[in-house]
Design a protein around this ligand. Structure first.
Ligand SMILES: Nc1nc2c(ncn2[C@@H]2O[C@H](COP(=O)(O)OP(=O)(O)OP(=O)(O)O)[C@@H](O)[C@H]2O)c(=O)[nH]1
Ligand SMILES: [Zn+2]
Length: 346
């Protein structure tokens, strides 16, 4: 069979029934059972996906760490395999020129970052698996910050159980505080970056050992930041790199960079974050204190600022909930509702 018939959308389609079944709402469990003949499989980490070919790192962190190219077993045809996935691999795992191994199993995921194609579309695509951190890059100016785009990132992160952290670049050009005021209630860990002082040390330490997914729209300085954090990342953009598999399709493919014992996954899949699939309750659940109060809201409460008898708003008023958290949440939910109504887009 030609590999062309195994073509993958880079943000592969995902069978929603899998999500409904998963016991842990923040992750999914692959359906495929490990077959006995794959007992000798190797552990791998998927760094990029390109047209049915997967770049997979074998012996991660070991003396023989290497990147190999894989295809996937026929029984996994309907499964989305994305950067960040940990997989079982069989076949020729030498990584020698021209060799091709085979992914036979997706290991259970801790998180799954998803998006829908657009805000009215409930069909989900998987972007990145197993990320524990979302590195949101935004500029204080040039381009103008887009608080509602950041709401989108946050919605996707909270929904997936991924911790968002923010890097505000270009603080040499403008005061970042007005932007940050939009999210102050969420208590997001924030770093600042200028060309003279990229937060290499502090951020490097924060990302050490993590799987981080980098998001940010064009021009905010994401590449500049990643290059500062990962000195050989630049080389990775110029030619096909052994670890990242990044090459010809630099602008349209996912790249994963080593940072300490962790990874930064930079993917174009997050440029547009359709929110059609997101359920309000799963975002509120990211804040247990909020979720507890929201459970006592009138049935079908939107929790928006104008919602009648919203327990969240009442608790903020009474001082039993952080009013900044409630107002940040109200404003983020407003973005979600507005987006769903098709009243704005990016
Ligand atoms: N003044 C200032 N300029 C910056 C800063 N960081 C990046 N830039 C400039 O902003 C421009 C865009 O930076 P990039 O790193 O290419 O931005 P990007 O987010 O990767 O954008 P794409 O490559 O389109 O995805 C470049 O001209 C950078 O030199 C900063 O902190 N301050
Ligand atoms: Zn409410």
């Amino acid at each position: 069979m030609s590999w062309l018939s195994d073509y993958d959308d880079p943000y592969e389609r995902y069978d929603e029934s899998l999500i409904r079944e998963r016991p842990n709402p923040k992750a999914n469990r692959p359906r495929t059972k490990q077959r006995p003949e794959h007992g000798d499989a190797h552990d791998g980490f998927v760094t990029s996906v390109d047209r049915g070919r997967y770049s997979v790192v074998i012996d991660e962190g070991g003396a023989q760490e290497r990147s190999i190219t894989c295809t996937r077993a026929r029984e996994l045809r309907k499964e989305a395999i994305v950067a960040g996935d940990r997989v079982d691999v069989v076949g020729d795992v030498s990584g020698n020129e021209g060799t091709l191994a085979r992914i036979v199993r997706i290991q259970p995921r801790t998180t799954l970052l998803r998006r829908s194609a657009d805000d009215s579309d409930e069909f989900e695509r998987v972007i990145v698996a197993n990320a524990d951190t979302m590195l949101m890059v935004t500029a204080a100016a040039d381009p103008e910050p887009r608080p509602r785009l950041i709401h989108r990132y946050l919605v996707a992160a909270y929904d997936a159980g991924v911790t968002p952290i923010m890097v505000v670049t270009k603080t040499d050009l403008a005061d970042p505080q007005p932007l940050l005021a939009h999210f102050e209630g969420f208590g997001i860990e924030t770093f600042f970056s200028t060309p003279d002082a990229p937060p290499v040390e502090a951020l490097g330490k924060r990302l050490e050992g993590r799987i981080s997914v980098a998001v940010g729209h064009s021009g905010v300085g994401k590449s500049t930041l990643v290059n500062a954090l990962v000195p050989d990342a630049k080389r990775a953009t110029g030619h096909v790199n052994a670890v990242t598999g990044r090459g010809r399709h630099t602008s349209s493919s996912t790249a994963s960079y080593r940072i300490g014992g962790g990874w930064i996954i930079d993917t174009p899949g997050v440029r547009s974050f359709g929110l059609g699939h997101v359920d309000t309750a799963s975002i509120i659940a990211a804040f247990p204190a909020l979720a507890e109060v929201a459970a006592t809201c009138p049935r079908g409460c939107t929790h928006l600022a104008d919602a009648p008898d919203c327990a969240m708003a009442e608790a903020a008023e009474a001082g039993s909930l952080d009013s900044r958290l409630v107002s940040s949440m109200q404003s983020m939910l407003e973005t979600l509702v507005t987006a769903r109504q098709g009243r704005f887009d990016f």
